[in-house]
Design a protein around this ligand. Structure first.
Ligand SMILES: Cc1cc2nc3c(=O)[nH]c(=O)nc-3n(C[C@H](O)[C@H](O)[C@H](O)COP(=O)(O)OP(=O)(O)OC[C@H]3O[C@@H](n4cnc5c(N)ncnc54)[C@H](O)[C@@H]3O)c2cc1C
Length: 463
């Protein structure tokens, strides 16, 4: 084989998007994954895929930039556009966001649908090597030249050479030890662990509920001295709701049908319990425990080999409750494409790209970690005085967002990773409105329409 060759380790979202980004810059792209890819359905290699996954507006725009029309294809396949704050109703630590016209949005669909639609768009540009484990990197401390892989059926190992290698093997990535095997120094590994446990169940949307029936997000309250508990009910394709509930250390959900409903009922607002009581469960609840925020600081290593980068969860995982992982992946893939266009893939290009990936993940990391560190059972560094001052400002901001549309918009812009966090923190107009406060008492009455209330009241009517 001649020409330039890129090798992508892992073929999930980050792997496929990295392959799309690389395909315009090298002659061939090979993607290796330990799984076999069926047409759809959940994959063993992506166990988190069974839980609620929302794609933020910032991620949807990045996907469209990389693969034009991708969001439209998702919507055609049944994904739901959930405008905020009009169709995804959010109960914040300070009460409900007002149900104003759409300011931002998230896309609700199963992870299998999202991965399937992305894969369809990328597969014709790549050679896919399935059922194959990556077991190490080739090269030396100055340059990565490929990877060693092992066929899962035969156990036979072989080497695949490449001019550029992307690690996209997700949260279980072993790239830090593979790099150590090549002689690189240890990578700084930052962790903040709230002990969050997820429980998820699928429901059929009740008959009566219209096409634009809303979704819900009930958030924890980090100001209280108790654990954090929250949940999300997300409309997805096939007229289903995927409902994920979560609690930090000491307040974890029980993984049983009775425990699930009781947990939903005990949240700071019973809206999710009211919705699911009106709906038919399609599954039993299932759980997930690996929710630690973990950042491998590759960008801080004094030396970095050319020809290698780590992208997506392989470089950084976030507590999933903030819903940012896939959006960060999509934005990093755009950064990969643009970086390759600007600097190619030789020499210091990889180091420059790894730094850019770190910048892309900074806001999501700051939001997740600053919130998680406030919960009493969280394992992580102590908060300093400046952090506590920032928290007090953010608490006022969340309160103001329940009554001041300027602040609501700024908060949603930052939350959906549509604009940088510093804009939220430093905009004079926002600061002024934060200081003025919400202008009216926050409400705990859910902002349902009359038609939505009727569907929910149907619960109590004889069938
Ligand atoms: C419970 C939960 C809920 C979440 N909800 C959201 C959400 O609402 N919104 C959001 O944006 N993000 C969410 N996330 C985060 C999201 O799942 C990840 O950010 C995203 O999957 C990262 O994609 P990735 O391709 O980097 O890794 P993954 O999707 O984990 O894929 C890794 C791939 O690498 C393969 N692989 C692993 N090791 C090897 C190996 N040695 N050899 C070959 N192949 C290998 C695997 O088979 C897999 O295909 C959630 C996460 C969890 C845990």
């Amino acid at each position: 084989m001649t020409g330039t060759h890129a090798l992508v380790l892992g073929g999930s979202l980050a792997g496929m998007l990295a392959a799309a980004a690389l395909s315009g810059h090298v002659d061939r792209v090979t993607v290796v994954d330990r799984d076999r890819f069926g047409d759809d359905g959940d994959r063993k290699g992506v166990p988190q895929g069974r839980h609620a996954h929302v794609l933020m507006a910032g991620g949807s725009r990045a996907l469209d930039e990389l693969l034009p029309g991708l969001t439209a294809s998702l919507l055609d396949a049944g994904a739901q556009h959930l405008g905020m704050p009009n169709r995804l109703l959010v109960f914040t630590q300070s009460g409900w966001l007002p149900r104003l016209d759409e300011m931002q949005f998230v896309i609700g669909c199963s992870r299998a649908l999202l991965d399937g639609v992305v894969r369809q768009r990328v597969l014709d540009r790549v050679d896919l090597v399935e059922a194959t484990d990556v077991v190490g990197l080739l090269g030396d401390r100055t340059k990565v030249t490929g990877a060693r892989v092992r066929d899962r059926d035969t156990g036979v190992k072989r080497d695949i050479g490449a001019d550029f290698v992307v690690d996209a093997t997700g949260r279980g990535s072993k790239a830090d030890s593979w790099l150590a095997d090549l002689g690189l120094p240890p990578v700084q590994d930052e962790r903040v662990d709230s002990g969050m446990v997820y429980a998820t169940c699928l429901y059929r949307v009740p008959p009566g509920a219209g096409e634009d029936f809303p979704g819900l997000s009930i958030q924890g309250d980090p100001r209280s001295s108790r654990f954090g508990q929250g949940g999300a009910l997300v409309p997805i394709e096939g007229r289903r709701w995927i409902v994920s509930l979560a609690g930090t250390r000491g307040g974890e959900p029980e993984i049983s049908p009775e425990g699930f409903l009781a947990f939903a009922r005990g949240l700071r607002h019973p809206a999710i319990a009211d919705f699911i009581s009106a709906a038919e469960p399609l599954t039993r609840p299932f759980g997930f425990h690996a929710t630690v925020n973990r950042r491998r600081r590759y960008e801080r290593l004094s030396s970095w080999p050319s020809g290698f980068v780590a992208i997506g969860d392989a470089a950084c995982t976030f507590n999933p409750v903030y819903g940012h992982g896939m959006t960060v992946v999509a934005r990093q893939a755009v950064a990969l494409r643009d970086g390759l266009a600007g600097h190619g893939f030789d020499g210091a290009a990889a180091k420059r790209l790894q730094r850019e990936f770190a910048r892309v993940m900074d806001d999501a990391w700051a939001m997740a970690v600053s919130q998680d560190l406030r919960y009493p059972g969280t394992i992580g560094p102590a908060r300093g005085r400046i952090t506590r001052l920032q928290e007090r400002y953010l608490d006022r901001l969340v309160l103001a967002a329940t009554g001041r549309p300027t602040v609501t918009r700024a908060q949603l812009d930052a939350y959906t990773l549509s604009t940088p966090l510093r804009k939220l923190m430093l905009s004079p107009r926002v600061i002024l409105d934060v200081l003025r406060g919400p202008g009216r008492p926050p409400t705990t009455d859910a902002p349902y329409t009359e038609a939505e209330s009727r569907v929910l009241r149907g619960v109590d009517e004889p069938r």
